[in-house]
Design a protein around this ligand. Structure first.
Ligand SMILES: [Mn+2]
Length: 272
């Protein structure tokens, strides 16, 4: 398993679960000095990233990109894949496609989290689910052209009503034609929704493509009350070799959160 830590390039997302907020150069310096393998980026849009400058930073600090989030499309533009307006759904898909191209060029997957949206009001679950499925079929196959998966993240009930649990997500993904969409298992969301997080991970099995490594209160692992040992054991027994990415609040501050997260990563991936 490999370690990663989040950096937000979106000031409007302040208060969100990202550790670093002061640009890619600062994040890469900090991540490398603490011994992380990779950074996970939350950009305002694909076009906001200077790819040459990013590649120079990654090379200098011997880091890779673990994943790139698409939530900027929701935070800044209220774009979702399940919006009632087909023009908004189309814009959402194009926003994500550009991030797939950016991430794919770096050998990393894009993440669909908040841009999955929700069904409500006049919009029933069935059409919303159909739109989400069509988008994942299209975008999943687009990611395959870069030889990277597409990550779909079930969220807790306060953030979406599309999918909240890994088991339901896995069962639905298995009905799609594309086999290139993987589940992002976020331990914070899982602590709210799963009866047994370790069992849920085992049930999703090889579909788990990325993990957000967070404690019950979305602080660094070790600063909340989630029992992490059985979760780490499940991941190891599944043969999971992907990232444990610290998508957490910068509490008590960014550096302390980053230090705690890498210490917990080492504790739970090397001692078991
Ligand atoms: Mn997450």
């Amino acid at each position: 398993m490999r370690s990663a830590i989040t950096v937000s390039l979106v000031p409007e997302a302040k208060g969100g679960p990202f550790v670093f907020w002061d640009g890619l150069a600062h994040a890469c310096e900090q991540a490398a000095s603490l011994g992380y393998d990779a950074i996970e980026i939350f950009p305002p849009a694909a076009s906001a990233i200077d790819v040459a400058a990013l590649c120079a930073l990654l090379t200098r600090h011997r880091l890779t990109v673990a994943a790139i989030g698409t939530g900027g499309g929701w935070v800044l533009h209220q774009l979702t894949l399940t919006h009632a307006d087909p023009a908004v759904r189309a814009r959402a898909r194009e926003f994500i496609r550009a991030i797939i191209d950016l991430a794919g060029g770096l050998g990393a997957p894009a993440i669909i989290g908040s841009m999955q949206g929700r069904w409500e009001g006049a919009l029933a679950r069935e059409p919303a689910l159909a739109w989400l499925g069509e988008a994942l079929e299209d975008l999943g196959e687009h990611a395959a052209t870069h030889r990277v998966p597409l990550l779909y993240e079930p969220l807790n009930r306060y953030e979406t009503n599309m999918f909240n649990r890994l088991g339901d997500t896995a069962a639905w993904l298995r009905t799609l034609r594309t086999k290139n969409v993987r589940i992002l298992a976020d331990l914070f969301h899982m602590n709210i929704e799963e009866a047994n997080p370790a069992a849920a991970l085992r049930e999703a099995g090889a579909l788990v493509g990325h993990v957000h490594f967070a404690d019950s209160n979305r602080r660094a692992v070790g600063l909340g009350h989630t029992p992490i040992a059985p979760i780490a054991a499940a991941l190891r027994e599944m043969g999971y070799t992907g990232f444990l990415s610290a998508e957490i609040f910068p509490l008590p501050d960014s550096t302390a959160a980053a230090r705690q997260a890498i210490a917990a990563f080492r504790q739970h991936t090397t001692l078991l």
